[in-house]
Design a protein around this ligand. Structure first.
Ligand SMILES: [Zn+2]
Length: 82
């Protein structure tokens, strides 16, 4: 699952630089569906499938900034919690 791709390293939001704790993981889903070629009606849908991304996008729940996980990890490495 996508959750296993989150690294167990400290994060630090590079935007507000006040949050190391509260985050969302933003995952893309692929939703298959069939469309009627004449009416455009959606005929049937299958289960959404999570798109496997090498590096998940992380959203800061304090300021709303969303960015690649590495940006949060790098910021934590630059400014470790003292
Ligand atoms: Zn932030």
């Amino acid at each position: 699952m996508a959750e296993s791709s989150i690294q167990e390293k400290p994060y630090f939001c590079p935007n507000c630089r006040s949050n190391r704790v509260k985050f969302n993981m933003v995952t893309m889903y692929s939703q298959p569906f069939l469309k009627d070629a004449v009416t455009g009606m959606v005929d049937s849908t299958d289960e959404p499938v999570a798109v496997d991304e090498q590096e998940p996008n992380i959203q800061c729940r304090v300021c709303g900034f969303t960015g690649n996980e590495m940006r949060f990890i790098k910021q934590a490495e630059r400014e470790p919690r003292g």
